[in-house]
Design a protein around this ligand. Structure first.
Ligand code: SAM
Length: 235
């Protein structure tokens, strides 16, 4: 495959969407491979425990290094990129998805509870590249949904995965702005008409209109994305 993906989780069944729809088709066509591993396979006690109480006190549990360490030794070779989802990570962006889509082998380590003992990441970083990444300023229950989001964003950029390669070149963020509204038939629906310019057949005019809509939407929803010389940029 062009890209090999391994995911470690204590809820492997949470990751079944990775085999559905376009991702499933990319697997069937040999463009990507996806292997999901159950972290508990690396436990040695009868209870198959993966967590313990935190040093320093406080609520919640922390995932144990003696389980994660040997698991990553087996699943994450030195030339893979280890991605660790965490709300305390650097923000995941479209440009990071583009970087990930050029890798050969990604390993995702899904935390639960209060996360993974930091030494697991520090130890892995002595032999392989590690990215601690957040998918947004909110807290999920586990890393599985964050992993699915990052895998989707990454895999759709690989050649041959989308039916139409041009479609991702026009998406939001690809030119730094949000994409404007889209319309399909019928021309009038519940009394709402499709903007006349889109039915004009004048491609230059349509392009200009789309760019203006894109700017206006970005200005009102995400002024932080506007280039520095654009009006509406926050101070
Ligand atoms: N104690 C952690 C903190 O405050 O930074 C929160 C841990 S969270 C309850 C449990 C797991 O969910 C994390 O280890 C991570 O795998 C995942 N997670 C939660 N929010 C996330 C986000 N915004 N981005 C990526 N992963 C997230």
């Amino acid at each position: 495959p062009t890209l090999r993906i391994d995911v470690v989780s204590i809820f492997p069944e949470y990751l079944t969407p990775l085999r559905a729809a376009l991702l499933g088709r990319a697997i069937d066509r040999g463009i990507i491979s996806v292997d999901v591993h159950d972290l508990r396979d690396w436990t040695h006690d009868v209870h198959r425990g993966v967590d313990d109480s935190p040093y320093g006190g406080g609520p919640g549990m922390v995932m144990k290094p003696e389980v994660w360490g040997p698991c990553l030794d087996d699943v994450c070779p030195d030339d893979a990129l280890l991605v660790v989802p965490t709300p305390a990570g650097v923000p995941f962006t479209q440009s990071m998805a583009e970087d990930l889509s050029r890798e050969r082998h990604l390993v995702f380590a899904c935390g639960r509870y209060e996360g993974i003992d930091q030494r697991v990441v520090d130890d892995a970083a002595t032999r392989t590249r590690v990215l601690e990444v957040s998918i947004g300023d909110f807290v999920l229950i586990g890393g599985e949904v964050a992993t699915i989001a990052m895998v989707e964003a990454t895999v759709r950029l690989i050649d041959g995965v989308l039916g139409n390669a041009a479609s991702h070149q026009q998406d939001s963020f690809s030119d730094g702005l949000l994409e404007g509204p889209s319309y399909t038939r019928p021309e009038v629906w519940r009394g709402l008409a499709v903007p006349a310019v889109l039915r004009s057949g004048d491609h230059a005019k349509i392009e200009k209109w789309r760019h203006e809509e894109s700017l206006q939407r970005t200005r009102s929803r995400r002024p932080d994305l506007l280039p520095a010389d654009e009006p509406g940029q926050p101070d």
